[in-house]
Design a protein around this ligand. Structure first.
Ligand code: ATP
Ligand code: MG
Length: 790
């Protein structure tokens, strides 16, 4: 029986308490953002442990991002003295990695298998296509990469894909070749981590039985975003007797484009005969101006399961809306605003900057950097994905595994050592003919090219011998010297940043070793205990309550993890795994208080006092591609709902009239989502109805033209204590650019037009221009190329 006065249950409302203390049966908690789903899930784990119903080994808890997994562990540790790192709590990928490391032989993988990130995967596919003369025009490599991932997420191996056309046949052929190549090189991609774990569980009865006896409780956060394979994977662990506790919010389903199935919720209820469905309707996160905005926005979606959210908190501050002339100006305004927040004692890590696409972060990063505001980027081009870091990691991988062809090709001629594309092609042909790795094929090559290749291989082999027995830090230092990478970047004119990053790699390794306790004297734990966050602690320090039941009796016929033979991963292999799975961001030193930058996707499940959602423009957010169909637009709206609901106290929404993206200046119309927010909750920091007369590129189609000229300007929002860079006040003609109202000008895209109004000065100068064929537009003069027509 549950002690209702258990301290664990004290900070919960009655519905939450009921959910936490449900019997060990399947349950679905369906509730909106900020209603405490994650809190309930975490508390349930603590409660199950504290009431002695299970031991730490009996829990399997899955969430979506590393950041969310860490957050869950932190919350759990705060509640109970357990060592959460020994528990199976993590992301799908992290847990699959852990599982495959434990059973690598049965999974038919080398012990130190490495994980291909999406970049490496793409180059591996491109390489294959070239070798096998697959037309890149007809089959863009990126598309194939996507298709292969989608197949894997459907659980389909090459021989299972239904082939209808010649085109299909060709694609499947590449898939097959790609698989063979990965297997030969001992690498797996992200989807493979999932699929291979699933297959091992499906096909190996003792293993499946073992884990089913072990995980009595399976808890899944963000269930609305599971895909078909993840659902099947969960079912493998669930079996007949284990309790699945799923929490989710259909309004926050934002991964349909990657195969997520909201339908998994309905399937779960049906297939598992779910007895307990609980709704939570109280939002504890946000003030009501923020929550009202979120509710009003999402009400525009038709496909919803329907939930309500209310808050007892007052209205709080209005949602601030800002319009900038350029993306640079938007970023600068934001940086000023952030500085004001920090001055008012808001910790930097409580400030999040969200954007729709990674490409947007560069401008923001530049502004923050110039203003010396520490920041940290999550996701995106992660530290470990930078070119110089990838090169360094490739050398390290070669030390670990000489037959890693992807790494071989990355650095065989980097720094340049006179090995041309032609020799490499020949080497690849030779390797294919002999069915061996590139490393091994070098022996058979001849001539000058052969000598250079042999020198490279020799260098790597020597490095391997030299680094034997060294600490991770020493290994990396030797590699940076001997590979010539450090000298190469030191000699480069703009190489200072890269040298710094390489040095940061040494730091990253160092902190990996200390944080994870992977020093020379570390206790080698069996691989069963290795996860994405590799655990190196003596069992005694795990702080487990000895009275709690431990992992159950093994199933009959159960083959213990390969690791029980005493094998462990080398620190280097563990670090390389860490590099592939963790975000390893370096922009702010560990522990430094930093502003958080990330895409909206990456922000799911997180919360911050102050949130900026930037780049709210038609074609960007909602994204151009999503506008093609109604479902796409609904998914964008859910994404916007996620963005808004991250904020506790203060929310900023901004957009810019022009934006330099992918090397192109775009003239943007503000996002339709602004029109779906309750006017009463907003405060326009810049006048509202600047009209741009529709979109330059037609992505504003279906856009109410009535917006133009529908002016209800609410003033400048002056007097706001937070108003940092004042909005551009209307001005008369600005002589510097030589334009005057009434003047005729020519624009390369819009043709001839007449200047109507001029505003601002210097960088911020902009003009309203009538183009007979394109309507009225506001153009930033620092960006738009206008020539006077005489
Ligand atoms: P999301 O859908 O965004 O993932 P969620 O439903 O998982 O949100 P949580 O992150 O668990 O929500 O909770 C939101 C915030 O509300 C957290 O700061 C949490 O600590 C707080 N909270 C949850 N329940 C309560 C409660 N009963 N009393 C006070 N605070 C609560
Ligand atoms: Mg949550």
């Amino acid at each position: 029986e549950v002690a209702a006065d258990s301290p664990l249950l004290q900070h919960l409302n009655p519905e939450q308490r009921a959910a936490v203390a449900l019997p060990a049966e399947h349950a679905l908690i369906l509730a909106g953002a900020g209603s405490g789903k994650t809190r309930v899930l975490t508390t349930r784990i603590a409660w199950l442990l504290a009431t002695g119903q299970i031991g730490p080994g009996n829990v399997l808890a899955v969430t979506f991002t590393n950041k969310a997994a860490k957050e869950m562990m932190t919350r759990l540790t705060a509640m109970l003295p357990v060592n959460v790192r020994g528990m199976w709590i993590g992301t799908f990928h992290g847990l699959c990695n852990r599982f495959l490391r434990a059973h690598y032989k049965l999974a038919n993988l080398p012990q130190s298998f490495q994980i291909l990130d999406t970049q490496d995967q793409l180059s591996a596919i491109k390489r294959l296509m070239k070798q096998h003369n697959v037309d890149e025009e007809r089959f863009p490599a990126k598309e194939l990469q996507w298709t292969i991932a989608a197949w894997k997420e459907e659980g389909l191996r090459p021989n299972m894909v239904e082939v209808r056309t010649e085109e299909d046949r060709r694609k499947v052929e590449v898939y097959q070749l790609y698989e063979e190549q990965c297997q030969r090189e001992g690498v797996v991609d992200f989807a493979e981590l999932m699929l291979r774990s699933y297959e091992l569980l499906r096909d190996n009865d003792p293993i499946r039985e073992h884990y089913r006896r072990r995980f009595h409780h399976i808890l899944v956060d963000e269930f609305q975003d599971t895909n078909k394979l993840q659902y099947a994977w969960l079912k493998m662990f669930a079996g007949e007797g284990n309790a699945v506790f799923a929490v989710g919010d259909d309004d926050q389903s934002i991964y349909a484009f990657r195969g997520a199935r909201v339908g998994n919720m309905a399937d779960f209820v049906r297939e598992f005969h779910v007895q307990h469905q609980i709704k939570l309707e109280q939002n504890y996160r946000s003030f009501s101006n923020i929550l009202d905005s979120a509710n009003a926005l999402i009400a525009h979606n038709k496909t919803r399961l329907g939930k309500n959210l209310r808050t007892d908190q007052g209205p709080g501050e209005p949602v601030r809306v800002y319009e900038a002339p350029t993306d640079m100006a938007e970023a600068q305004w934001m940086v000023e605003e952030i500085r004001n927040l920090v001055r008012d004692d808001v910790p930097r890590h409580e400030v999040a900057v969200l954007y729709r696409s990674n490409a947007q972060s560069r401008v923001i990063e530049t502004s923050l950097f110039n203003a010396a505001v520490p920041y940290r980027v999550y996701g995106g081009l992660r530290f470990f994905e930078r070119a110089e870091i990838k090169h360094a990691l490739a050398y390290l991988r070669l030390l670990e595994n000489p037959s890693d062809d992807t790494s071989f090709l990355r650095v065989v001629n980097f720094p340049a050592r006179g090995i041309g594309a032609r020799s490499i092609e020949q080497l690849q042909d030779a390797a294919r003919a002999a069915g061996c790795s590139l490393h091994d094929a070098v022996k058979a090559t001849t001539g000058k090219a052969g000598a250079n290749l042999a020198a490279f291989v020799q260098k790597v082999d020597e490095m391997r011998r030299e680094t034997e027995g060294l600490t991770l830090r020493e290994i990396i230092e030797v590699m940076l010297q001997r590979s010539g990478l450090l000298d190469h970047y030191k000699a480069e004119r703009d190489g200072a940043d890269r040298v710094e990053n390489l040095e940061e790699l040494v730091n990253a390794a160092e902190s990996f070793v200390t944080q994870e306790g992977f020093g020379r004297d570390a206790v080698a734990l069996p691989i069963d205990e290795l996860g994405a966050n590799v655990l190196r602690q003596s069992p005694a320090s795990q702080g487990l309550d000895p009275s709690l039941p431990e992992v159950n009796e093994p199933a009959p016929d159960y083959v213990p993890p390969d690791a029980d033979t005493g094998e462990t991963l080398s620190p280097l292999a563990a670090f390389l795994t860490h590099a592939a799975l963790e975000s390893g961001d370096n922009q702010a030193q560990a522990g430094q208080d930093a502003v958080q930058l990330m895409t909206v996707h990456a922000a799911k499940g997180l919360e911050f006092d102050c949130v900026f959602v930037t780049g709210l423009e038609e074609g960007l957010f909602p994204s151009e591609r999503s506008l093609a169909d109604y479902e796409g637009l609904e998914e964008e709206r859910r994404l916007m709902y996620v963005a808004i609901t991250r904020a506790r106290k203060r929310l900023y929404l901004s957009h810019s009239q022009t934006r330099l993206l992918h090397g192109q200046t775009r003239y943007n119309v503000r996002s339709r989502f602004f029109d779906e927010l309750p006017e009463g909750a907003l405060k326009w920091l810049t006048p509202k109805n600047q009209s741009f007369g529709g979109s330059a590129f037609g992505f504003g189609m279906g856009y109410p033209t009535s917006r133009a000229g529908n002016s209800t300007a609410t003033g400048y929002g002056r007097g706001s204590e937070t108003f940092a860079s004042p909005p551009v006040p209307p001005q008369r003609a600005e002589p510097a650019h030589g334009l005057r109202p009434g003047m005729k000008v020519f624009h390369t895209k819009f043709g001839e037009g007449t200047v109507r109004t001029l505003e601002g000065s210097g960088q911020d100068a902009r003009a309203q221009i009538d183009f007979p064929r394109h309507g009225q537009k506001w153009l930033a003069l620092s960006v738009a190329k206008l020539t006077p027509v005489t």
